[in-house]
Design a protein around this ligand. Structure first.
Ligand SMILES: O=C(O)CCC(=O)C(=O)O
Ligand SMILES: [Fe+2]
Length: 317
């Protein structure tokens, strides 16, 4: 409980990112000062962790999310129970073992994700985060200058089968029918100016298809080069989950990776995402939606139209 007798403390757990916040019982009723402390720690450390939040259910998780912004539904994966809380479920292909920022295939992709551990396997199943601001800042100057001028196309219509050779036929079907039911293509700047901190961050990850204006070979080489700087072990932090843990990350300044190494053990988490704004590059140019031409919902900076379909589970996130 956040009271005068249990001060909020913030302890770094990695050199480049990550901090544990103690002395807070998360929920929709937190005082404004506590929310401000959490937000400041989140912007500074990029991912923050809370232990012992077992009291949270879907409703309280979402209510807490509202203190950070407006919860948003996934643009293609429908919610089974009408909630914003999104299941990450090992039984339904919810394995996110690729480096990504959430939902970057739409222009105004989420600012924050709040992930809560419900069932954790006896071993493995950790999550890694990487700092995309330090990844940029530590590049040699000629590479920063190169990245500043690039734009990249992100899509949810990637080659799921190639990335998951062990995927079951029903998982492939689910991917096509649900996750990639509406095919989004968005062009983002490769370097985004963070709207709250002003930091420059590398905006890449597994939804990137190619760098605009380059051949496939040149594009792949540059993507591997920049992504390699993001993923360097010293640029990451790793979290070993316990049931009741909550992690919140700044999705505009991080990538993450759910390690798929707990065999067939059950693993269930729930995620609430909070809306973000349309990225702006160092030259002042915004991200643009290339496809589809019209979608029915204003969420995620999409002009109109929606793809939230019928209940099912996600194949990817
Ligand atoms: O399974 C994990 O550890 C990460 C899942 C993920 O990518 C997400 O919640 O956005
Ligand atoms: Fe994710």
């Amino acid at each position: 409980m956040s009271t005068a007798t249990t001060p909020v403390t913030v302890q770094k757990v990695g050199g480049r990112l990550g901090a544990v916040i103690s002395g807070v019982r998360l929920g929709g009723d937190l005082p404004a000062e506590t929310v401000a402390e959490i937000r400041a720690a989140l912007l500074a450390h990029k991912v923050v962790f809370f232990r012992g939040q077992d009291h949270l259910d879907e409703e309280a998780h979402e209510a807490f999310g509202r203190l950070l912004g407006t919860p948003v539904a996934h643009p293609t994966v429908p919610s089974a129970d009408g909630r914003y809380s999104f299941p990450i479920d090992s039984d339904y292909g919810g394995r996110a073992n690729q480096w990504h920022s959430d939902v970057t295939f739409v222009p105004a992709y989420p600012a924050f994700s709040i992930l809560r551990a419900v069932v954790i396997p006896p071993y493995g199943g950790n999550t890694l985060w990487a700092n995309t601001a330090t990844a940029y800042e530590k590049l040699p100057e000629p590479l920063r200058a190169l990245a500043d001028g690039l734009r990249a196309v992100h899509s949810n219509d990637y080659d799921y089968a190639a990335l998951r050779p062990g995927a079951l036929p029903e998982q492939l079907v689910r991917f096509r029918e649900v996750f990639a039911s509406t095919k989004f293509l968005t062009e983002h700047p490769v370097v985004r100016v963070h709207p709250e901190t002003g930091e420059r961050t590398l905006l890449l990850g597994n939804f990137v298809q190619r760098i605009s204006g380059l051949t496939g070979t040149d594009s792949r080489a540059l993507l591997d080069l920049f992504q390699g700087h993001i993923e360097r072990p010293e640029n990451t932090v790793r979290w070993q989950w316990q049931v009741g843990d909550v992690a919140i990350w700044d999705n505009r300044a991080t990538q993450h990776y759910g390690v798929d190494d707990s065999d067939d053990h059950e693993r269930k988490l729930r995620r609430v995402t909070i809306d973000g704004d349309v990225p702006i590059g160092v030259d002042g140019r915004s991200s643009v939606l290339l496809a589809p031409e019209s979608v029915p919902d204003p969420a995620f900076g999409i002009a109109s139209g929606d793809s939230k379909a019928s209940p099912s589970e996600p194949a990817a996130v």
